[in-house]
Design a protein around this ligand. Structure first.
Ligand code: ZN
Length: 143
């Protein structure tokens, strides 16, 4: 793609009702063709929720498929280890929210809770934020 020109006046903004403010600073994002633009749009929805919950909900509903998967992302190969307690392979991806963010790791097949977790480094999404539903959709058990 060679159409990366930086910031420039690609669009002319016009209001459906009323006049545009000639001193305003409008921006246009094409969210159907640019995953980063869609992520920015959803982030805006979260940021505006305190001020305009109805708009925030509309944005959430509009983008209900959740976080955007990184192009080409696949679940990494699990470690070739077995659980010291139950003897099952440690090959089940699971996600725990620590309060500061998601911790992605592998657990044994029986979820025995032994705690031999291997961390998964490959964050699946374009943006840093994801819901538990997003993580379940790509194969994680969410705790
Ligand atoms: Zn186990």
């Amino acid at each position: 793609m060679n159409n990366q020109r930086g910031l420039y006046g690609k669009y002319i903004v016009r209001k459906r009702e009323g006049k545009t403010d000639p001193n305003a600073d409008y921006r246009v994002l094409r969210i159907d063709a640019d995953p980063a633009a869609e992520a920015a749009w959803r982030y805006y929805g979260r940021c505006i929720s305190y001020k305009n919950p109805e708009l925030a909900q509309d944005i959430e509903d509009e983008t209900a498929t959740g976080a955007i998967l990184k192009p080409g992302w696949k679940m990494p190969e699990p470690p070739s280890e077995t659980c010291a307690r139950c003897g099952n392979p440690i090959n089940q991806p699971f996600a725990v929210h620590t309060g500061e963010g998601w911790y992605l790791c592998w657990e044994c097949k029986d979820e025995c809770g032994h705690g031999e977790y291997e961390m998964i480094d490959a964050w699946p999404f374009v943006e840093n934020y994801a819901t538990g539903r997003d993580l379940e959709a790509v194969g994680f058990r969410v705790v």
